[in-house]
Design a protein around this ligand. Structure first.
Ligand code: BGC
Length: 744
């Protein structure tokens, strides 16, 4: 006992005096944190046995499965997404993996860990503010670390090709620039907490219906200018340690065994140095997958076999998978571990150290910044504190706010505010975070009579509406992993409820808690609509603060709200309703013309355009000039707050070619969110990524700008709200696959 104490005191003294650089003994030179990640990975790999390398490329699920006679590794955390053995003798820690993009999730069961949930990814994208995304990432990364995880399965950036996709809430919307920048900023934030983040789901996994059986058909040029561009930008901005390949096939080949996607696009063209892990159940082979670039099989027993277990060993020993390839697989895992600090700063499970109060405030700010005021006629909002009779109707607004379902579900402290709703199990439970909008509203108007009606009886709700000064109707749409929505309609009888209530009292505000775009047959009758997405663990508070004008709304839509399904490239979702094991193709015939680009191309008028979002203030744009500086297009402009309250405007720069032909009439080329006091002006300059002015050429792997005139438009949305325009002449120019200038 005594001896043990002396030794530990001694080692503490060594650690204090010398730090990691000197503590790295001669026998473990890779522990020298002054060396680069590549060198460290090379040094340690030389010492590893075949079996140790194999350990690093094989992942387990963090939960027992009786049906499959599976017991999770003892060292894993129960009800977590995954676990990979490290090599302790060489100082390489285990990998503890947790979902996902809105916080530390848990698999369903009796031992969930409670954590802080950010608002949905779509809400964060709607902030158009990379700093907010970074702050949220840093917070959930720190919570992951606090729970002993060193890998966060975040970074979802599948483009919204279909507003009915059940997982849209996890992603960044429909535009490659906005989605890539916002999700990239979140990844950077997560990794600032020394936790590896993934980027997922690679690639083109844009619907849940038949996600494991469908085959996406798309040409290389269209893919590189849409989904792949979003992933490429997020990779550049965030430098994720890992990329998760997806369930679906692309042009006939599983994404997790596509040499085109993994070896060529991701590793060769984009220079990705980290490791590719499969989605849970997305590995289908040993030799084809390993040689195509998959580095790690995840989540056994989700796959049919332990492809990267004993069969991989045999394949390496027989030379079907070269030894050098196995070294590369393990080296990539190690590279990310060294680069992102998980070796030098080992994790320990210490949830007691998590500051949930401070983290709740980070989530609150994200929600406030991303809520989108869709409509506000006759200044119905913000609500006056002098109101006497306020009706709050529907959406369980007395109890809490809705969350999205599936693997990303974060369990809140205080438990589910509305337990027992179906489905109770995967992809449920349907979860309401216990942040009650009703209570938050009541707190702000203590003298008023705030009455709640659950909305189940239309007539009773309408009666309450009639007797009130103002009506707040909450409408919800639960979406989640592994299923899509049958249509754009709000589920159940909510459309009828809103219609009845707004007929009874025209002073009706609709608050939406939805996974993504929904249709609004009642819109003409309702003067105010606030899109609150899934607003996270502080959601009720966030909604009330915006309704009462303590916070001026500044979110803008990261996706088009269509007027109807008929406007979509696929009016009927392919493969819907899902039939088990049915294989089918999904033809992305819209190519790179996703979202507003499709609407522009077809001359369609949406319900609300991409980029739309109102404020309690007014803003004007002026002084737009566009010129080429140091080879890059720059747009400079002034934004003025012409209203009476402080607020934020998202200035959006769109470019349209006047001579050349693109996949669609215009593209978002840059954006800047500006905070302005009333009467104040702000000047901003946006530099345009050349890829957003170019067409991609698959044969030469170059991006090419055509010589000609281009219209540069500064607008408040994709439909040209408040637009001012100018024309700039661009010379022909070519860029490499990553948008770097090529000498001609
Ligand atoms: C999801 C991934 C998730 C994984 C682990 C899969 O079902 O598609 O996004 O990270 O499970 O839970």
């Amino acid at each position: 006992m005594k001896l043990k104490k002396t030794i530990s005191l001694l080692s503490a003294a060594v650690a204090l005096c010398c730090g990691p650089a000197l503590a790295a003994s001669d026998s473990k030179p890779w522990m020298n944190s002054k060396l680069g990640a590549a060198e460290r990975a090379d040094l340690v790999i030389r010492e590893m046995t075949l079996d140790e390398k194999l350990k690093l490329v094989f992942g387990y699920f963090g939960m027992d499965n009786e049906g499959k006679k599976y017991k999770r590794p003892q060292e894993s955390y129960n009800q977590s997404a995954g676990f990979v053995y490290g090599v302790p003798r060489l100082g390489i820690p285990n990998l503890w993996q947790t979902d996902a993009g809105v916080g530390v999730a848990s698999q369903g069961g009796p031992q969930v860990r409670t954590a802080t949930a950010l608002p949905s990814g779509l809400n964060t994208a709607a902030t158009w503010d990379p700093q907010t995304a970074f702050a949220g990432g840093a917070m959930i990364g720190a919570e992951a670390r606090g729970y002993g995880f060193n890998v966060l399965l975040a970074g979802g950036v599948n483009l919204m090709r279909d507003p009915r996709n059940g997982r849209n809430f996890e992603y960044g919307g429909e535009d490659p620039l906005l989605a890539g920048r916002m999700v990239g900023a979140q990844i950077k934030g997560i990794q600032s907490s020394r936790v590896v983040s993934t980027l997922k789901h690679y690639a083109l996994n844009d619907q849940e219906t038949g996600r494991t059986t469908l085959n996406v058909k798309i040409d290389d040029q269209s893919a590189r200018m849409s989904d792949l561009l979003a992933l490429q930008i997020a990779k550049e901005e965030g430098n994720p340690g890992s990329v998760m390949c997806s369930y679906n096939r692309v042009n006939g080949v599983y994404a997790c065994e596509s040499s085109y996607l993994l070896n060529e696009v991701l590793k060769k063209d984009w220079g990705f140095k980290g490791w590719v892990m499969s989605d849970w159940g997305a590995t289908h082979s040993t030799i084809p997958a390993a040689n195509a670039g998959l580095d790690q099989q995840s989540g056994m027993p989700f796959d049919l076999a332990d492809y990267f277990g004993a069969p991989l060993k045999e394949a390496v020993l027989n030379g079907w998978v070269p030894q050098s390839r196995l070294d590369d697989m393990a080296r990539r895992v190690l590279h990310a571990m060294f680069e992102h600090g998980v070796v030098d700063h080992p994790v320990a499970s210490e949830p007691g150290k998590i500051d949930f109060k401070a983290n709740g405030a980070v989530s609150l700010k994200d929600a406030q910044e991303g809520m989108v005021l869709l409509k506000n006629q006759a200044g119905l909002l913000p609500l006056a504190k002098s109101l006497r009779r306020i009706a709050v109707i529907g959406g369980h607004a007395d109890k809490g706010v809705l969350a999205g379902g599936g693997s990303s579900l974060v369990y809140p402290a205080g438990g589910n505010a509305v337990p027992g709703l179906e489905p109770k199990t995967w992809p449920g439970p349907i979860m309401y975070y216990p942040s009650s909008p009703l209570k938050a509203i009541q707190q702000r108007v203590p003298a008023a009579q705030v009455s709640f009606n659950d909305g189940s009886d239309k007539a009773a709700a309408a009666k309450l509406a009639q007797e009130s000064d103002v009506v707040l109707v909450f409408a919800t749409q639960w979406t989640g992993e592994a299923f899509d929505m049958p249509s754009l309609s709000l589920p159940g009888a909510q459309d009828e409820l809103i219609a009845a209530v707004s007929t009874a009292n025209p002073k009706t505000v609709v608050v939406l808690e939805t996974g993504g775009p929904v249709s609004m047959p009642w819109l003409a009758k309702v003067p105010a609509v606030l899109e609150a997405w899934y607003p996270g663990t502080s959601g009720g508070e966030a909604i009330a603060s915006v309704l009462f004008g303590e916070v001026n709304p500044s979110g803008h839509l990261p996706a088009t709200f269509p007027a109807s399904e008929a406007q979509l490239p696929r009016p009927v979702l392919d493969g819907y309703p899902e039939v088990a094991d049915k294989r089918f193709d999904v033809e992305y015939r819209e190519g790179a013309a996703v979202g507003y680009k499709w609407f522009d191309l077809k001359g369609l008028k949406p319900l609300f355009p991409f980029g739309h979002g109102l404020s309690y203030s007014e803003f004007g744009f002026s002084g737009l000039s566009a010129s080429v500086k140091n080879g890059a297009l720059q747009a400079t402009f002034t934004v003025k707050n012409t209203g009476k309250v402080a607020g934020k405007e998202v200035a959006q720069v769109y470019v349209a070619p006047l001579n050349a032909k693109w996949e669609a009439p215009k593209r978002l080329a840059g954006f800047q969110k500006l905070a302005l006091q009333p009467g104040a002006e702000g000047k901003a300059t946006v530099t345009v990524d050349p890829r957003l002015l170019a067409m991609y050429d698959s044969a030469s792997k170059t991006w090419n700008i055509a010589k000609g005139d281009y219209q540069v438009t500064l607008a408040a949305d994709a439909a040209g709200g408040k637009a001012v325009s100018t024309v700039v002449h661009l010379e022909a120019a070519s860029y490499d696959v990553n948008g770097k200038p090529l000498r001609r």
